[in-house]
Structures are given as structure tokens and as C-alpha cells.
Ligand binder design. Structure first.
Ligand SMILES: Nc1ncnc2c1ncn2[C@@H]1O[C@H](COP(=O)(O)OP(=O)(O)OP(=O)(O)O)[C@@H](O)[C@H]1O
Length: 287
């Protein structure tokens, strides 16, 4: 069956749990058609996307397959040409930017330039959705900021100027800012970029901890498919702007997917844990 046929046949199919019951969704994308103002080309065409409530969902797919574009639509950073997004059953259009920022924390790849600012001030910036115009810093703000600094492990960087940090240190500061926002939903575009393996593990462990202890719903773009399969409860695999497959990792990560979506010949091992082992690149492999 071709990928397009498969996607079309499964248009209305929801993500199910181990008992085959459809799981509740925190975020739903309906009939989304996405493009950028600079071009008429449709980048993402997706009949239905579900991000399950209280679970970690990893978006995977080749470079340029539309993962970030989809995340931008889910976070209201990109207005869909057609279709809609709902969070907890309410259309994103019903939210002001500040209201939405109380619902979801977003780590994007294109972080706003905030000029010369210390790491601590950046993290306090994450508290703005919870503050009124004339409000000072509350005790709750301070606690959220201290917790975020501790979770990201960047106490030693709090006085540093953001612009003078390394790529990985900056990434940790932005992650801490999103964590300080203290939301029930997190959308994270490649949070492990620039990070060494210690900090990759730490960030992924923190995400898992927030999910397990506070039931935070997470949609996260990850490039390492073995890591994504081990880490996430569900995977959504994208290819050429469409959803190729979705569901629990052991159902989604197949040799067929690796060949169709990534253009690699690889085997999938399940013991001792799920991992993808390359055989060789196919002649027409994607770049
Ligand atoms: N701001 C933009 N304006 C116009 N086209 C864009 C813009 N951002 C992305 N695109 C195009 O949209 C397509 C999908 O890009 P997107 O960043 O969503 O893919 P991705 O799957 O997240 O890729 P990667 O894994 O490389 O980050 C690409 O062809 C890209 O050139």
C-alpha cells in the first residue's frame, strides 16, 4: 500500500491504547493545510492529528518533512490556510496569545532575540502569562523560576548574558524559560539540539518527570528515531508534509517505515530495547 493510500485510509483513525481504546487528545489538528506567506506551496496536508492527553508524543521524520511547520500551527505561530487546531476541545482562535501561553509552553527553533538579557531575566520572562500588567514578581514566580533553573541544571549560568553563551547553554536557558511557564502542555522543537549526551539525557529525563509527576502532555520533535522510540509513548511519523503513521513506537518503527520515510535499509531490534540498526543507505535515499 502506498504511503498516501495508507494515510488516507487511516484519516479518521485515532491513536489507541494497549486495550485498543481511542486515547483522549489534548491537542487536535483537523484538516490542516499549511503553507508560508512567502510561497503558495502546501507544506503540510494533514486530515487529522491527535496529541494524546498526559502522554509524550514524538514527531519524527526526515529533514524538511514538515515537523516544525506542524508544531508552529499547533502553537498558533502559523495560521493554517485551512483547518483548525483545538486544545482541550477549544479552538486556538478563541485564545489570546497570553491566554494560550498559560496553556502551552513552546520551545521553537527560532527563538526571539531579546537583546542583552541575563539567563535569570530570560527565565523570568517565562512567567509573563501569569502576571498582570502592574504585577511585580510573586513568590510563585520565584519558585517556578528556581525550579526551572534546577531542572535545567543551569544555576551556574543565571548571571550570564544570554548572547555570550554557547549553543547548548543557550538551549538550556530557553528550555528553563519554557519550564518556568508551568503549563500542562509542552511543544518542543528539537530540545536536544546542541546538547551533549549528559544534557540530552537530563532534558529528556526532566520531560519524562514532568509527564509522570504532573501529567504534562508533551509533543516533541526528535531526530534520533531509536531515542524517540525508547523515550516516547507515541510516535507520529511525517513524510513529505503528510502523516505516514502514528501510534505506539513498536507499531510505528518498522523496516518498511525506515525505507519509505527515511530511505534507509535498516533492521529494528526489540531486545534489550527498541533500536534501529542501519544496513545500508538505499540508492535513492533522501537528503
Ligand atoms: N519560514 C519559511 N518560509 C518558507 N518555507 C519554509 C519556512 N520554514 C520552512 N519552510 C519550508 O517548509 C518545509 C518543511 O520545513 P520544516 O522546517 O517544517 O521541516 P522539518 O521536518 O521540521 O525539518 P528539519 O528536521 O530539517 O528541522 C521545507 O521545505 C522548508 O523549506
Amino acid at each position: 500500500m502506498s504511503r498516501t493510500q495508507q494515510s488516507a485510509d487511516r484519516e479518521q483513525e485515532r491513536i489507541t491504547d494497549d486495550d485498543g481504546n481511542a486515547v483522549e487528545s489534548a491537542l487536535v489538528g483537523d484538516d490542516l493545510e499549511l503553507s508560508y506567506p512567502t510561497s503558495e506551496e502546501t507544506i503540510v496536508d494533514c486530515a487529522r492529528l491527535d496529541i494524546p492527553e498526559g502522554a509524550v508524543t514524538a514527531l519524527v521524520g526526515p529533514n524538511g518533512s514538515g515537523k516544525s511547520t506542524l508544531l508552529k500551527a499547533l502553537s498558533k505561530h502559523l495560521e493554517p490556510n485551512a483547518g483548525s487546531v483545538q486544545i482541550h476541545g477549544k479552538d486556538l482562535d478563541a485564545f489570546s496569545r497570553k491566554e494560550l501561553a498559560r496553556e502551552m509552553g513552546v520551545l521553537s527553533q527560532e527563538n526571539d532575540s531579546l537583546g542583552s538579557i541575563s539567563v535569570e531575566d530570560l527565565i523570568y520572562h517565562g512567567r509573563y502569562p501569569h502576571r498582570g500588567f502592574f504585577d511585580g514578581v510573586s513568590e510563585e514566580d520565584q519558585q517556578a523560576v528556581e525550579r526551572a533553573i534546577e531542572l535545567a541544571g543551569i544555576d551556574h549560568l543565571r548571571e550570564s548574558e544570554l548572547g555570550q553563551l554557547s549553543g547548548g547553554q543557550k538551549q538550556l536557558a530557553w528550555i528553563a524559560m519554557v519550564l518556568a511557564q508551568d503549563t500542562d502542555v509542552l511543544l518542543l522543537d528539537e530540545p536536544t539540539t546542541f546538547l551533549d549526551i549528559h544534557h540530552q539525557f537530563r532534558v529528556l529525563e526532566t520531560i519524562r518527570q514532568l509527564n509522570e509527576e504532573r501529567g504534562v502532555t508533551v509533543a516533541v520533535i526528535l531526530h534520533d528515531i531509536s531515542q524517540a522510540a525508547r523515550f516516547a509513548d507515541y510516535l507520529v511519523a511525517m513524510c513529505d508534509g503528510e502523516l505516514y503513521d502514528w501510534g505506539p513506537p513498536e507499531e510505528v518503527v518498522t523496516e518498511q517505515l525506515l525505507a519509505d520515510v527515511f530511505g534507509v535499509e535498516a533492521t529494528v531490534e526489540y531486545e534489550p530495547e527498541l533500536q534501529v540498526l542501519p544496513k545500508r543507505a538505499l540508492p535513492d535515499s533522501r537528503t
